[in-house]
Ligand binder design. Structure first.
Ligand SMILES: *Cc1c(COP(=O)(O)O)cnc(C)c1O
Length: 288
C-alpha cells in the first residue's frame, strides 16, 4: 500500500490538514483498505471463503468483495432484507459487490463467529470490527507521525467520524496525540461498547465529541447535504455522504479542537456516494 498524501486546506477561515486515504487506490481505498491491509500483506493459505454480514449498502461489503476477488476467494454476505427498489435498480456498493462475485444471502439470523469452525472460512464482523484491523491502522499512525515531524508540529489533534469506531480506536492506540471522534451510528454509549469489544484498556480510547444535534444513520438532512456541497466547492474534495457531513458539522461546532493543528482523516467511501447522492438529489435538488 502506498502512503496517502496530506493536504493543507482552508475551510471556513480555519486551516485544516486532510489525510487523503480516499486516494490510496481506486478499488481498495479509505479506512477499509487500512482495516483489511493485513489480508493483503499476509498469505492465508487455508482460507477459501470470506463470510460477513451487515447492511445492503455497506462500504465494508464492497471492500470485502474486492479483497475476495483479488485473493480468488468466495465471498458470502448476509443481509436481513433488500428493498425492492435496490433489487430492481442495483447501484453503489451493492451493484459493484455483486459484480465482484458476492454471494448475497437474505435471512433474519446473522452468522455467528463462534459457530464457524471451518478453517477455510475467514469470518469478518460487521464493518470490519476485527483485531486484524490494528495492523493497517498502525501503518496509518506511523505515516501521520512522520508527517508531523516533517511539519515540525509539537502535537496535533486528529478528527474522524466513527461507525464501529475501529479506525478511531486503533489510530488512538498507536498515536500519542489526541484523536477525536463522533458516533454516526448510535450514541456515545453504543460507540464505547464497540471500543470495549476490541480493547479493554480505556486509556487507548479516542475522545468522543457529542454532536449538537442527533442525526440518524443513513437519513437525509438538508444541513448535511449543504456542508458536503460546500466542502466540495471550497476544497475541491469529494467526501463521503454517510459519515463525513456529520463529522464535519460536529468538528466545526467544537472550535477548541482547533487549538492545535487539526488533521481530518478522509476515510474514503466514495463508491457508496453513488446511491446516497441520488437520494439527496431526489430529495433536495428537484423541487427547489
Ligand atoms: C466504514 C467507514 C467509516 C466508519 O469506520 P469505523 O472504523 O467503522 O468507525 C467512516 N467513514 C467511511 C467513509 C467509511 O467507509
Amino acid at each position: 500500500m502506498h502512503n496517502s498524501p496530506i493536504q493543507k486546506k482552508i475551510f471556513q477561515n480555519k486551516t485544516i490538514y486532510i489525510k487523503r486515504d480516499d486516494l490510496l487506490s481506486k478499488e481498495f481505498s479509505g479506512n477499509k483498505a487500512r482495516k483489511f491491509a493485513y489480508f493483503l500483506d499476509y498469505e492465508l493459505p487455508n482460507v477459501r471463503k470470506i463470510v460477513s454480514y451487515g447492511s445492503n449498502q455497506s462500504n465494508a461489503m464492497y471492500s470485502l468483495s474486492v479483497l475476495a476477488k483479488l485473493k480468488a476467494w468466495e465471498f458470502e454476505y448476509y443481509i436481513t432484507h433488500i428493498p425492492d427498489y435496490l433489487e430492481q435498480n442495483p447501484q453503489g456498493n451493492y451493484k459493484y459487490a455483486l459484480e465482484n462475485g458476492m454471494n448475497m444471502i437474505i435471512q433474519d439470523q446473522k452468522p455467528l463467529k463462534n459457530t464457524i469452525k471451518n478453517k477455510e472460512i475467514l469470518f469478518i464482523e460487521e464493518g470490519g470490527r476485527e483485531a486484524y484491523a490494528e495492523y493497517g491502522l498502525k501503518i496509518l499512525a506511523q505515516e501521520i507521525d512522520t508527517w508531523k515531524k516533517e511539519q515540525g508540529f509539537e502535537s496535533i489533534n486528529i478528527f474522524l467520524p466513527a461507525g464501529t469506531g475501529t479506525t478511531a480506536l486503533y489510530l488512538q492506540k498507536n498515536f500519542k496525540d489526541k484523536v477525536y471522534t463522533v458516533p454516526c451510528v448510535g450514541n456515545e454509549d453504543y460507540l464505547k461498547e464497540q471500543f470495549q469489544m476490541l480493547e479493554e484498556n480505556e486509556e487507548f480510547y479516542p475522545l468522543i465529541t457529542s454532536p449538537f444535534k442527533k442525526r440518524h444513520f443513513g437519513k437525509l438532512y438538508r444541513e448535511s447535504y449543504n456542508i458536503w456541497l460546500e466542502l466540495q466547492e471550497k476544497m475541491g474534495i469529494e467526501f463521503d455522504l454517510l459519515y463525513d457531513p456529520h463529522g464535519w458539522l460536529t468538528l466545526l461546532e467544537n472550535p477548541h479542537i482547533f487549538d492545535k493543528p487539526v488533521l481530518y482523516i478522509h476515510q474514503g467511501g466514495l463508491i457508496g456516494n453513488e446511491s446516497m447522492f441520488l437520494r439527496y438529489k431526489r430529495k433536495y435538488d428537484e423541487n427547489i
